[in-house]
Design a binder for this molecule. Sequence first.
Ligand code: SAH
Ligand code: SF4
Ligand code: F3S
Length: 418
Amino acid sequence: MSRKLYIITFGCQMNEADSEHIARIFRKRGFELTDKLNDADAVLVNTCTVRQLAEDKAISQIGRLKHWKKAKPEGKLFVTGCAAQRLGARNIKKRFKYVDIVSGAKEIGKIENIIDSAYPLHTALNIDAKPENIYRSPLTAYVTVMRGCSHRCSYCIVPSVRGPAVFLSREEIIRDAKEKLAGGAKELVLLGQTVNSYKRPGYTFSNLLEEILNLPGLLRLRFMSPHPLYFDKDFKRILKQYPKLARHIHLPAQSGSDRILKLMRRGYTHNQYLDIIKGLREEIPDLAVSTDFITGYPGETEEDFQETLRLVSEARFSSAFCFKYSPRTDNPAMASDIPENILEERLDRLLKAVKKISNVILLERIAKIEEVLFETADFGRSSSNMAVRINSAAEPGSLKKVEILSAERNTLHGKVLL
Ligand code: SAH
Ligand code: SF4
Ligand code: F3S
């Protein structure tokens, strides 16, 4: 009977992609994945630290694994990722004596050697392990194109725990994409913290998109997260030319106030951000755009916040993740000076503003035709990343044109056009 690995992943898609990478390394050593902790011979906790709450969750998860380790003393507990990087192995092992191996996010390139120290590779085992595809639907696979980040957004801990931007080679990326398509993926998601800043000598992000868009078997291509500073002219052409490139972009804005954007060192203004969206919508008028916002950045005034609300209605976001600012530096000036009740109230107003516009956008899709990639017989996602349900049955993995008849609770309902 093969040994079993139980994985718990916190944080963003990049962490999920890293967990898949680690799962494959275990697979090569004869492990299978399990969703039952009690069956596990090894446990991986891949941690996040982007906000204090994310780190706290990961830490309390490690705490809860004490029972598992007690019941299975020969089992091995691995702690990886961004919080592991920030806190350090010594710190974590001191606090949780039963943790076997700690490996921070910066060590992802060496993780196979690290795992080897616990579970050496036996060549007789399943060394041909296929890529893992755990987190989205089985049709959707992640392809990491860069690691780390070289920006210095004032609020953000990612560059310090993941290190500076490193771009994978064209060959590595294309090989990974092909392998995942051969394994049954129909949709690929290119991943990086500023994914569209991807650049290798003589080869740009747009070149990469175009090459992947031409791979046989691909039905849809997504990428995240792009940064507003890096869209080039080619990108607009590619968006127009290739319907396989999703009609949805997740473009984190963080704030709508020029003053706060400057303090955050984001490198763009409210109007520049809007102009980018307007430019893309000249090509694709119903391009869906989602975003991330941080409320309560130190010094944020009601006027600043109003600018964010204005951006929500002008940019017409189809959805937005809204976070309360969490201080992640040791600089006391970076603590939020905004009372908790005002913070809560702003977050609430922002969520309501987003909900209002996203509902309008959903209703606007009625009577339109959406291209849907079916994940099950009656459920799929449109190119604009909206959930779509039908009453008949379609083949999972197929792409169909669906006429939208109604919309409710974040889901479009429609019928397949023949
Ligand atoms: N690279 C992406 C964001 C990565 S972090 C970009 O540049 O847009 C994911 C999201 O977490 C960010 O978009 C931001 O909204 C949020 N975030 C990052 N640091 C935070 C902090 N200190 N407090 C609250 N939210 C934060
Ligand atoms: Fe963090 Fe994104 Fe800014 Fe990089 S670009 S520092 S990951 S918010
Ligand atoms: Fe969290 Fe690290 Fe991603 S801090 S958001 S898991 S890059």
